[in-house]
Design a protein around this ligand. Structure first.
Ligand code: GN1
Ligand code: MG
Length: 346
């Protein structure tokens, strides 16, 4: 029995009914459900692949707005001769960019051939190249009218609000959870001072990606070069400090956010330097002075915010991020606290 046969009716609506060779889950991301669909293309005598995703509509409550942002940006980049691959959704038989089922929302993208992703940065060259790619992507969007984008998750990077939600979670959590998390809670409370500047400063509102993790850049398997920015769900008006910050968060440690080997979670300075150079080169001098001088602060805020979000979710009973075991969000929060401590020493 094919465990994915329930996906066939959806694929049919994207006109992939007949030639499906196989479907494989892709274990990426904490939010959406992702599958690789391999189709036998008899005419061309070779296989072609697609990425099928079920959008998590608990989190993305307006999936059509998410898709609208992705399409607008993709079309705009086309007109600008953006030099890398542009991810655009495939239309359904009803000429829609999603297929809506009673309780779910599906979309299909082409799978960009001969590419791979990484969960950890392996060297400075990779850090530079990936950061350049995110900087370049944002730079090409400078003239895009940011006010035409939907804010698909309001207050997504409002760290002050995330802190308040953390305080509420501490109050409402079960006693056992609170005890397990007590040390991490106490640590995070001491970092409240990080919120002070952001409340006082005003940054330009730009088109931001908001999830610039290392595994959101596709690399060509043959050349090793970045070919495409993916995971465009959180493209929104925002502050670029968080895009820089998420790169520091995910590029600089040798092990990712899921690692329980806390003593190994540290910022690699050479990777930090390489990614900073790469990001600035990608932007090609277009940042304001305040943005440039605040980048490191942005990194601190982003890692702090991520630790708050993981710990809040643990205290709330894991209702947001997918977990493989009960205490995973607590482990992730502790991991991020170690990273923040390491960054603050630099
Ligand atoms: C979520 O699902 P994924 O992995 O692309 C989250 C990001 C977090 C990230 C932590 C919409 O992204 O904000 O930084 O997990 N996305 C959303 O790994 O909340
Ligand atoms: Mg994401």
């Amino acid at each position: 029995m094919n465990p994915f046969s329930h996906l066939h009716p959806i694929l049919q609506k994207f006109q992939l009914g007949d030639n499906i060779d196989r479907i494989e889950p892709i274990e990426i991301g904490h939010i959406n459900q992702t599958y690789k669909v391999i189709v036998d293309n008899k005419e061309l005598n070779k296989a072609k692949s697609f990425v099928l995703q079920r959008i998590n509509t608990q989190i993305f409550q307006q999936p059509l707005e998410v898709m609208s942002n992705i399409e607008k940006i993709g079309q705009f980049l086309k007109t600008k001769n953006y030099p890398k691959a542009i991810l655009l959704p495939i239309q359904s038989i009803d000429n829609q960019n999603v297929v809506l089922e009673e309780r779910s929302c599906w979309r299909l993208f082409p799978f960009i051939p001969n590419t791979e992703t990484f969960n950890e940065v392996v060297n400075e060259e990779m850090a530079f190249a990936a950061a350049f790619t995110f900087g370049e992507y944002a730079n090409y969007l400078q003239d895009f009218r940011v006010d035409t984008l939907f804010e698909t998750i309001p207050d997504f990077h409002n760290t002050t609000l995330r802190f308040d939600q953390f305080l509420t979670a501490i109050e409402n959590t079960e006693e056992t959870q609170r005890q397990l998390a007590q040390k991490a809670i106490d640590k995070l409370l001491t970092y409240k001072y990080l919120l002070k500047h952001i409340a006082q400063l005003t940054f330009p509102i730009r088109v931001t990606h908001n999830d610039t993790k290392i595994n959101n850049v596709l690399f060509d398997k043959t050349t090793g070069k970045p070919v495409c920015v993916v995971d465009l769900d959180t493209l929104m008006p925002g502050n670029l400090l968080y895009d820089f910050g998420d790169m520091v968060r995910t590029f600089t440690p040798e092990f990712d956010e899921n690692s329980p080997e806390f003593d190994k979670i540290k910022v690699r300075k050479n990777i930090l330097d390489a990614l900073t150079r790469g990001y600035l080169a990608g932007w090609n001098g277009a940042l304001t002075e305040l943005e440039t001088t605040s980048l490191m602060y942005g990194a601190q805020l982003t890692i702090f915010e991520q630790a708050l979000r993981f710990l809040t979710d643990f205290l709330n009973g894991n209702i947001y991020y997918k977990v493989a075991y009960e205490e995973q969000n607590l482990v992730r929060a502790k991991n991020q606290i170690c990273l923040l401590e390491s960054l603050l020493k630099i």
